[in-house]
Structures are given as structure tokens and as C-alpha cells.
Design a protein around this ligand. Structure first.
Ligand code: T46
Length: 155
């Protein structure tokens, strides 16, 4: 199954390149008179085999989370409730997006610095990941991240 680039065929519809290999997709909202439902299907809405899911909630007001990059990990993030701002940085460009609806999925590849802030009190940020948790995959110092980006560019 491909890991880089957009998911094989996004069931949800429109995708938009965000930064390098990172992209946004709009998920299909299935609704009827009972309410709404969104499905995420492997290979169709997510470009990797899902090894792990976690969610971030009850974030304290004013907190900034993230502040790291991953060496190999692919992730898809969406706010199933509430909203937050996600900032992505590839070492030369920095872009931010408001994840302010459960149908907005942000797909993040390796070697992307991320920061999350402005969490609403009801925010539940769900993240699907391509690998199990591994602290060795994290770069938690921005200077180290820039040096790693430069080193990869030379290879
Ligand atoms: C990311 C952003 C979007 C685990 O033990 N297992 C896990 O699967 C995760 C994600 C975290 N942890 C531990 C590691 C730390 O002791 O939970 C603690 C908090 O993790 P961290 O400070 O890395 O959380 P965030 O919100 O800064 O970053 C998280 C993810 O770690 C990261 O991969 O991309 O969310």
C-alpha cells in the first residue's frame, strides 16, 4: 500500500496539497435524520496501514503541543469534536490550517515539524498513525530537525 502522496482514491472527495507530501482531504459526511457519520477507510481515505490510533482531548487553554517531527511516521489527523490550529513546517516553508470540522483530514508525512495550538475546550484531535509508538522516531529539537532536513537533501 502506498504511504507517500495522496491516498489511492479518496472516497471523501476533494484533496488539496498542503505542504510537500502533506495534504488535506474532505471526508464524506453520511447523514440522515438520526445525525451524522464519517467513515475512514484504509487505502481509500488513509494512505497507509493503520498501526495505531490516539486522541488528544481536554487540552489546557493556551497550550502548544507537538513541537517535533518524525523520521518515518505517516499520520492522518482530524478533530472529531471542536477545533485546533495545526502548523506544519518542512524546514523551508511553514503553513497553518484550522482543523475546524470533523470532515477535514490532514495527512502528514515524515520530516515535517508540527505544532498544534488554539485548542477549543471541546477539541478531540484524533490521529491515525502508520507505526506503533516509538520515541526514537521523534526529532524534538528544531535545530536538529533543520540539520536532518539538510542532510536528507544531500543524499
Ligand atoms: C504527533 C502529534 C500530532 C505514548 O506513550 N504513546 C503514543 O502513541 C503517543 C502519541 C504518545 N505517548 C506518550 C509520549 C509522551 O509521554 O504520551 C506523552 C505525550 O506525547 P507527546 O508529548 O508526544 O504529545 P504531543 O501532543 O506533543 O504529540 C502527539 C504525538 O506524540 C505526535 O506523534 O504527531 O501528537
Amino acid at each position: 500500500m502506498p504511504k507517500a502522496g495522496h491516498a489511492g482514491s479518496s472516497k471523501g472527495g476533494a484533496t488539496e496539497t498542503f505542504l510537500g507530501s502533506c495534504y488535506l482531504s474532505r471526508l464524506n459526511v453520511l447523514g440522515d435524520d438520526r445525525g451524522s457519520l464519517i467513515a475512514l477507510e484504509g487505502a481509500l481515505d488513509v494512505s497507509f496501514d493503520i498501526a495505531r490510533a490516539y486522541f488528544i482531548y481536554e487540552t489546557v487553554e493556551g497550550v502548544v503541543r507537538g513541537n517535533h517531527a518524525h523520521l518515518e511516521l505517516y499520520q492522518t489527523a482530524l478533530c472529531v469534536s471542536g477545533s485546533c490550529i495545526m502548523v506544519l513546517d518542512d524546514g523551508s516553508q511553514r503553513r497553518e490550517v484550522s482543523l475546524d470540522g470533523p470532515d477535514i483530514a490532514l495527512h502528514i508525512g515524515p520530516m515535517i515539524w508540527r505544532e498544534m495550538h488554539s485548542f477549543s475546550p471541546d477539541c478531540v484531535l484524533l490521529v491515525l498513525a502508520s507505526e506503533h509508538y516509538d520515541e526514537a522516531d521523534y526529532i524534538r529539537d528544531y535545530g536538529d530537525f533543520l540539520r536532518a532536513v539538510e542532510a536528507r537533501a544531500k543524499t
